[in-house]
Design a protein around this ligand. Structure first.
Ligand code: FAD
Ligand code: SF4
Length: 472
């Protein structure tokens, strides 16, 4: 790079406007407000259009990142939409929740010396522009001619929607079977409104439908029909994307007391069933004044921040390791801290205590210290003897991760599983041990990320297309 070019680079990325912490902790409105046109242009102008762009290598769905940023710089927004949507059918979602800091932004060439380009924020800007100009996507969609083949997709989370969209664009007739009464998976029932507004998810679901994909809601595959029955009844292939929605628990005494919710139940009531709008919506939720959330991933951050917004006075994140090992995105941890969530690190629970009515009143905790790294590469937490203490609480939320629901494996002949209960797949193609059946997303990897689910779905769509072309 020439010196003159280098001097032009703005060392600081353009910050994204946000609701102030003291305001946002009392509402479910979106925290980050998105770039204005001027801010997006300023950030896009920091991109130096590298000859060998590292950003592209870091994107699991192969978005042409420098090209869409150039289109923003050129003021050609329809072209920015076209480039982005060519590889990513859910850009409004990805621009809000994907961990770009460990993907395209980490591999952006600028990251070696200064702040990488805010690729996620620019992606969100383009997606939001498109939402405000729906006629553009109509003009760009073009005509898709049917190839006469039928694919069934199980689950309408990011993996299912992505595979369905890619196959529909290739001319397949795609039907998604979704167990819940709305499409979107974790994007609808897990991630809160203040991080990912449900209207954004439903806008992108509508785009997938506009490609000709049919979504059948309230259809639990394994109950209403099995995978084998789908294949016997005319589908030429099946893509399994049922996620990993079964919660894990602490397995300590007292965990059945009332006032203790799995993070899944707590977030589903709050987000999908809109308990924060009770009585306008039917589902209530009871949140006390002192809430303890166990775990330190994105799910724990979401649960703690929902509890604050639902009126809790003190919300604690209780985590057995230290800050360095926390799996949550840095941005979400920072947001939680700014809103007043209290982090109790190197601390673990040993039992819950309750009153005569069976309600949780306290948790016994003990201190931990870190030993040598374990199989995960993180330092192993070890209990410190004699450090037990009692903390009064009235609500507890274990947020320890999830595992796959066994309904599909237990009702499908010939599907090989891993020791963790996930479906065994070929990583490059998503193929399973059963012919004509592919799988991707959390069901194949265990709980992971939106973009890794989408990347697996894209690879599977390519493999399904190749296989069906050879097996007419
Ligand atoms: P899911 O999103 O779980 O979708 C699976 C769908 O299949 C569901 O709709 C389910 O109802 C349906 N289904 C299940 N079984 C059946 C059946 N038998 N028949 C029909 N349908 C069925 N990732 C990020 O990248 N960034 C984040 O900030 C982030 N935050 C998160 C916050 C929370 C609270 C949670 C729980 C997860 C978060 N994740 C985040 C992880 C991310 O959401 C998941 O990795 C991703 O949604 C997995 O996508 P999927 O399509 O495999 O499954
Ligand atoms: Fe722009 Fe970074 Fe990609 Fe280079 S690597 S083209 S600076 S986004």
């Amino acid at each position: 790079m020439k010196m003159t070019e280098k001097a032009k680079i703005n060392l600081n990325r353009v910050p994204i406007p946000k609701q102030a912490p003291e305001v946002r902790k009392a509402n479910f409105g979106e925290v980050a407000l998105g770039y204005t046109e001027e801010q997006a242009l300023e950030e896009a102008n920091r991109c130096i259009d590298c000859k060998k762009p590292g950003c592209k290598e870091g994107c699991p769905v192969n978005v042409d990142i420098p090209e869409f940023i150039k289109a923003i710089r050129d003021g050609n927004m329809p072209e920015a939409v076209r480039i982005l949507k060519n590889k990513n059918s859910l850009p409004g979602i990805c621009g809000r929740v994907c961990p770009q800091e460990t993907q395209c932004e980490m591999t952006c060439n600028l990251a070696k010396k200064e702040a990488p380009i805010a690729i996620g924020r620019l992606e969100r800007y383009v997606a939001d522009w498109e939402r405000a100009h729906p006629e553009i996507i109509e003009q760009q969609k073009g005509r898709i001619s049917s190839n006469g083949k039928k694919t069934a997709v199980v689950g309408s989370g990011p993996a299912g929607l992505t595979c369905a969209a890619d196959l529909a664009k290739l001319g397949y007739t795609v039907t998604i079977f979704e167990a819940l009464h709305v499409a979107g998976g974790v994007l609808m029932y897990g991630i809160p409104e203040f991080r990912l507004p449900k209207a954004i998810v439903q806008g992108e679901v509508s785009y997938v439908k506009s490609l000709g994909v049919e979504i059948r809601l309230n259809h639990v595959i394994g109950k209403i029909a099995t995978v084998d029955e789908l294949l016997e009844n005319g589908f030429d292939s099946v893509f399994l994307a049922p996620g990993a929605g079964a919660p894990m628990f602490l397995n300590i005494p007292g965990e059945n007391l009332s006032g203790i919710y799995s993070a899944n139940e707590f977030l589903t009531r709050t987000n999908l069933m809109k308990a924060y709008l009770f009585p306008e919506y039917d589902t209530p939720i009871q949140v006390g004044k002192r809430v303890a959330v166990f775990g330190a991933g994105n799910v724990a951050m979401d649960a703690s921040r929902c509890a604050l917004r639902l009126g809790a006075k003190e919300v604690y994140i209780i985590y057995r390791r230290s800050k360095e090992e926390m799996p949550a995105r840095f941005e979400e941890r920072e947001n939680a801290e700014e809103e007043g969530v209290i982090f109790k690190l190197l601390t673990n629970p040993s039992k819950f205590l309750g009153d005569e009515r069976g309600r949780v009143t306290a948790v016994e905790l003990h201190e931990m210290e870190l030993g040598e790294p374990d199989a995960s590469g993180r330092r192993r937490p070890i209990p410190k003897p004699g450090t037990e203490f009692i903390m009064e609480i009235d609500t507890a939320i274990p947020a320890l991760g999830t595992r796959p629901n066994p309904i599909i494996p237990s009702t499908t002949r010939g599907l090989e599983l891993t020791k963790q209960g996930t479906i065994l797949t070929d990583e490059a193609t998503g193929s399973t041990s059963k012919e004509m059946v592919w799988c991707g997303g959390d069901m194949a990897t265990g709980a992971a990320t939106v973009i890794s689910a989408m990347g697996a779905a894209r690879r599977a769509a390519t493999a399904i297309d190749a296989w069906l072309r050879n097996h007419s």
